[in-house]
Write a protein that binds this ligand. Structure first.
Ligand code: FAD
Length: 394
């Protein structure tokens, strides 16, 4: 049976489209390979034990009012036949399609990343990092040896991850692992400054704040390859590491059968549609209009695509997408963040407070907001990441 409107992906973009259709009272089908929406901006806190996984995930079904949900992995699109090809061999015909399949980690062609480094993109990735972190701590405590962690990439994710890691170690080590003689957290950035998308003054603040937390930042440090036990830089320097976290590139995650550019993004017209297939909209990280891969772009494009689709259903012309850039935030650690809002730029406690408020507001569901606030309050006042459980083999 043909479906009218099908959305693939229940992330920020797909869910924004679904909400716009809900508000218009128009039915649709939402497909996702997982049954929950994931709030990726706080994944690093799950990886470092400051949050439990369920605090940043929310089931998709109760979020849909006019829509139905299908748990399914889409393996391709047959554009001519207007069919989605599902895992398991089933085909699902559609009349209108909104693709919001996001992005995936990218090794940028650096050898050894897939084998020896850990990514941060899904809940499974975050739990894997946390487990590996706790495991190397246990091993180091038993062997009474020092540990070295390397985070690659000085963008927001690398800065957040290395800052949280340093705070985790600072809180947990003296009490839980006094046998470990020392730990080091290194952050490697290929360019001349951290947070290159922010103003130079805020990059300088981030560098100082991270150094204050004990993170050793190396700028102009280009990684040539990752090996078992460490990272080799382009200049030949070997950085031994017990854990390598790869926070560098992502590329679009287009459905097979869609055109894509070298960054894995799908080129669209300004209305967010495939040029030769106006019935197909592409939004969020996978859209190829050249905007940054951040949640506000996905949220705005998802809603815009749904509105354009509704306009065309009424016989009206679609409108070209316009992005309203409200600024950007990045957190470094407790009381430390940077904020850029139009011409306004600030750092420190006010930026951190704004970051915390924005993230709690954007989280889905009262229960998740409460869980996050409680966990943050515990970490803030008692200086301890609450989640330090290792899922070992029985
Ligand atoms: C660690 C990390 C930190 C981040 N921090 C920030 C931040 O602080 N601020 C910010 O603005 N942005 C941040 N981002 C980026 C932000 O999360 C993305 O820009 C945003 O999630 C993009 O939304 P989307 O809808 O395009 O994709 P996503 O939110 O990734 O959703 C894609 C959905 O599609 C589903 N899907 C994918 N392929 C298939 C398939 N074949 N079949 C079925 N379903 C499929 C997935 O399961 C997923 O639910 C961060 C990202 C990461 C990874």
């Amino acid at each position: 049976m043909e479906e009218g409107i099908v959305i693939v992906g229940g992330g920020f973009g797909g869910l924004a489209a679904a909400k716009a259709l809900d508000r218009a009272g128009v039915p649709y089908l939402l497909l996702d390979a997982r049954n929950h929406h994931l709030f990726q901006p706080l994944l690093y806190q799950v990886a470092t034990g400051f949050l439990e996984a369920p605090a940043i995930a929310y089931p998709l079904r109760p979020l849909l009012r006019k829509g139905r949900f299908l748990l399914a992995r889409v393996e391709g699109v047959d554009l001519k036949g207007r069919r989605l090809l599902l895992e398991g061999g089933e085909a699902l015909p559609y009349r209108h399609l909104i693709v919001a399949t996001g992005s995936r980690p990218h090794d940028l062609g650096v050898l050894g990343v897939g084998e020896h480094a850990l990514f941060l993109k899904t809940l499974e990735d975050a739990l894997k990092i946390r487990n590996r972190l706790l495991k190397v701590l246990e091993e180091a405590a038993w062997g009474q040896k020092s540990l070295r962690f390397v985070v690659v990439g000085g963008g927001p994710t690398g800065v957040e991850l290395s800052g949280a890691l340093a705070e985790f170690l600072r809180y947990v080590l003296p009490r839980d692992f006094p046998e470990i003689p020392g730990t080091e957290v290194h952050l490697l950035e290929a360019g001349p400054r951290l947070l290159p998308a922010f103003r130079p003054g805020l990059s300088a603040y981030a560098l100082k704040a991270l150094s204050g937390l004990g993170v050793r930042v190396a700028l102009q440090a280009q990684v040539d390859r990752v090996e078992k036990g460490g990272v080799v830089l382009k200049d030949g320097t070997f950085f031994p590491a017990d854990l390598v976290l790869w926070a560098v590139g992502v590329r679009g995650n287009p459905l097979p059968g869609l055109p894509q550019d070298p960054r894995g993004r799908v080129p669209t017209d300004p209305y967010l549609r495939l040029p030769d297939h106006p019935e197909v909209y592409v939004v969020g990280d996978v859209n190829g209009l050249g905007l940054p891969g951040v949640a506000p772009v996905a949220l705005q494009q998802g809603a815009w695509a749904a509105h354009n689709l509704l306009r065309t259903l009424k016989g009206e012309a679609p409108l070209p997408f316009r992005y309203r850039d409200r600024g950007q935030l990045a957190v470094i650690g407790r009381n430390k963040a940077v904020a850029e809002l139009g011409r306004l730029a600030f750092a420190g406690f006010p930026a951190w407070l704004l970051w915390a408020l924005v993230h709690v507001r954007e989280l889905i569901g009262f229960r998740n907001r409460l869980l996050v606030l409680l966990s943050w309050a515990l970490a803030y006042f008692f200086r301890e990441p609450g989640v330090r459980v290792l899922w070992g083999r029985p």
